[in-house]
Design a protein around this ligand. Structure first.
Ligand SMILES: *[C@@H]1O[C@H](CO)[C@@H](O)[C@H](O)[C@H]1NC(C)=O
Ligand SMILES: *[C@@H]1O[C@H](CO)[C@@H](O)[C@H](O)[C@H]1NC(C)=O
Ligand SMILES: *[C@@H]1O[C@H](CO)[C@@H](O)[C@H](O)[C@H]1NC(C)=O
Ligand SMILES: *[C@@H]1O[C@H](CO)[C@@H](O)[C@H](O)[C@H]1NC(C)=O
Ligand SMILES: *[C@@H]1O[C@H](CO)[C@@H](O)[C@H](O)[C@H]1NC(C)=O
Ligand SMILES: *[C@@H]1O[C@H](CO)[C@@H](O)[C@H](O)[C@H]1NC(C)=O
Length: 433
């Protein structure tokens, strides 16, 4: 009979002596690191994230869609679309609940607390029907573990994004989640949360490759000073926490104003504090070689079409370039440090016509062709458990809200709009080939 040692001799391989997680990481060519403007896999090849977003940061704090389909069926869509990765979004509140041993962490409590007794009970039944490995007592973290395992089994790279502190839809001005020290954004809990979940992901999620430290930082009226110096202090501290817990993980840094610009980092600008506040006269410069994680840094940027652009692409691209794409252009004399870039959110309504109503889609594809950067489409979800969008008056909380931007339909069992996919997602994939 073969035992591990004899099999290893026979195959001249040590793979069977390693836990399964390590074997999967080999197959997935993990870990990743960076070299100049590129992400490099463990074989030394350039890697681009071609992904979608799968939110898990809203009130229930579970990846969306599980009342409509099994985890295996949802994950299967990702490679079917031609994607290699997924950005999973989570709320710090989920980790706070772990630290406080909250009794709200079971599937049953999560769903009923968010949806109420009547609808919560129904949705819980639907989740358990589609995902028979769970019971009402399964915890949120166990659900995340099952999602992560399935992603690895289907060869999908997992990027973990800290989307909010308090769990609800992101993002609005002064919604409490936007800037360090704002109502819900407790910096210590955020860093504690990263230490916990980065370690947990490293130990349990075989395709875990990278983190996004914080989604869409934005100004707030009641918070720490809103400036690049404050950004520097907290983002580098969080990166230290991630790197100590999970030294292999890439670390994505987002910029300011809803992550629409990050050019001060590749340009090596002096990051200043704010006159008349606690950061007055304080400065820092983000110098990669100062950090243990210098070969793990990726810059992320978001791009939506809120202005329904009709700009010709040369204008669109020239404007956007200045927001941070200097990071990937070694021949720009203004570029001080090269970093890989990732457009971690882009998207628009999938209704068959919008893709061609403005120049956004066309120019976005050209941008990726010209600059060769990673990207993640917003989003896979066809509908949500529920959504509370801040800043709307009256504030709405809608159960079972449809997501018209989703790759999938309402029931998560088919493509919402093949015409849009053919003309946007598929062309974004082709732009990196
Ligand atoms: C949570 O449980 C752990 C293990 O039982 C315990 O050590 C810890 O003190 C508890 N934390 C709180 C906040 O109750
Ligand atoms: C419960 O679900 C039904 C059907 O989806 C919906 O119409 C209703 O608004 C929900 N209740 C609440 C409190 O949202
Ligand atoms: C900042 O610098 C200015 C000019 O040098 C000085 O007047 C001011 O007192 C300084 N403020 C703080 C908080 O150190
Ligand atoms: C890179 O920067 C150089 C120098 O500014 C510029 O001429 C070139 O067009 C840039 N490349 C791209 C693709 O933008
Ligand atoms: C798609 O959405 C856009 C923007 O809301 C709208 O102008 C257009 O009419 C829609 N197309 C269809 C077919 O509904
Ligand atoms: C897209 O829009 C352009 C300009 O409005 C038009 O010329 C072109 O025919 C459209 N293409 C498709 C496939 O609808």
């Amino acid at each position: 009979m073969w035992n591990c040692a004899s099999l290893a001799l026979f195959l001249s391989s040590i793979a069977c002596a390693l836990p399964t997680a390590s074997i999967k990481r080999d197959v997935l060519n993990l870990p990743f690191s960076t070299a100049g403007r590129d992400i490099i896999d463990s074989n030394g090849n350039v890697f681009y994230f071609k992904g979608t977003n799968w939110p898990g940061h809203q009130e229930i704090m579970l990846p969306e869609g599980l009342q409509h389909a099994s985890i295996a069926d949802i994950v299967a869509w990702i490679p079917k679309f031609g994607l290699n990765s997924v950005r999973m979004t989570f709320a710090t509140e989920m980790i706070d609940d772990i630290y406080s041993n909250s009794t709200d962490q079971t599937l049953e409590a999560s769903v009923i607390n968010a949806l109420g007794q009547e609808n919560g009970t129904l949705v819980l039944e639907q989740i358990l029907e589609h995902n028979t490995q769970f019971t009402s007592k399964t915890t949120r973290l166990e659900v995340w573990d099952a999602v992560a395992k399935e992603l690895a089994d289907q060869g999908v790279i997992l990027h973990l994004d800290n989307h909010v502190s308090k769990a609800f839809w992101c993002c609005g001005d002064n919604d409490g989640n936007g800037w360090f020290g704002e109502k819900y954004f407790d910096v210590d809990k955020w860093i504690r949360g990263w230490s916990f979940i980065a370690q947990h992901a490293k130990d349990n999620w075989p395709s875990f490759a990278s983190v996004g430290l914080r989604n869409e930082l934005r100004k707030a009226t009641t918070s720490e000073p809103v400036d690049w110096y404050t950004w520097y202090v907290h983002m580098t501290a969080a990166a230290d926490a991630v790197h100590n817990a999970a030294p292999d993980a890439l670390i994505f840094f987002s910029g300011l104003s809803y992550d629409t610009f990050i050019d001060p980092i590749p340009l090596g600008k002096t990051l200043k504090g704010t006159a008349g506040t606690s950061t007055a006269n304080k400065t820092a410069v983000f110098v990669p070689s100062d950090f243990a994680w210098q070969d793990k840094i990726v810059l992320e940027i978001h791009k939506y079409d809120f202005e329904a652009t009709q700009n010709p692409c040369p204008t669109f691209k020239a404007n956007w370039y200045k927001q941070g794409f200097q990071a990937v252009n070694a021949s720009d004399p203004a570029t001080k440090y090269l970093f890989p870039m990732a457009i971690t959110e882009w998207g628009f309504i999938h209704n068959g016509t919008y893709w061609n109503q403005t120049t956004y889609n066309k120019c976005l594809i050209e941008m990726v062709e010209d600059y060769q950067v990673s990207w993640m489409q917003w989003e896979i979800s066809g509908s949500f458990y529920l959504q509370t969008r801040p800043g709307r008056k009256p504030q709405e909380t809608i159960q079972g809200l449809e997501e018209f931007w989703g790759l999938l339909n309402y029931n998560w069992d088919g493509v919402r709009d093949p015409v849009t996919v053919e003309n946007s997602l598929s062309k974004m994939i082709a732009a990196l080939e």
